[in-house]
Structure formats: C-alpha cells, structure tokens
Design a protein around this ligand. Structure first.
Ligand SMILES: [Zn+2]
Length: 100
C-alpha cells in the first residue's frame, strides 16, 4: 500500500480555485507531475489525482503507461486509494493554504 505521507513531494502548489468551489494541488515526485483536485473550500473532500506528464512514461505508483498531458490525463489509481490520507498530508503540511 502506498504510504502517501512519506513521499518526496516537490514544487507543491495549492491553488484556491475561482472556477469551482475547491482547491487544485499540484505536486511533483521525481520528474512526474500530478494534480490533486479537492472539492469544497470550507469542508474539503478529495476528488481525484491525475497524471500531468510531459512525456510518455510509466507511473511508478500505478505502473500504468501515461501519455503526455492533456491526451493522457487520467486518474492515478494508486493515489486514488489513499485520497483521505493525501488530503490530510497537505492540510497538515500547508495549513495556511486552506481556508479555516
Ligand atoms: Zn499513477
């Protein structure tokens, strides 16, 4: 099982979206970009994690071959099983980026 709290997150960017009620959390692990969508600003709940790869490559977490964004934009099933823990990790690590 993926331990989402122990991963080497880099370039974490948490955006407060205006287009819908929620957050977009972008992060990079090694050379791979991911986008985590969270709904509801006041009571955040996790929606999904998408691969945002620049080049065709294999995701080390779900082992799928991912095509470059936007053609290959698809949900990462490995992260998908750990969404509550992932959201908790970002809320704990970056509390100022979330509305209280
Ligand atoms: Zn994946």
């Amino acid at each position: 099982m993926l331990n989402v709290k122990g991963l080497p997150y880099q370039d974490v960017k948490i955006s407060n979206l205006s287009s819908f009620d929620g957050y977009q959390i972008n992060f990079r692990i090694n050379d791979h970009l991911y986008q985590f969508l969270v709904g509801n600003k006041k009571r955040p709940f996790p929606l999904n994690v998408m691969h945002i790869f620049k080049e065709k490559d294999i995701c080390i977490f779900c082992n799928k071959t991912i095509y470059p964004y936007p053609a290959g934009q698809q949900i990462c099933l490995a992260f998908q099983k750990q969404l509550p823990s992932l959201l908790n990790h970002f809320q704990t690590s970056y509390p100022n980026d979330f509305i209280v």
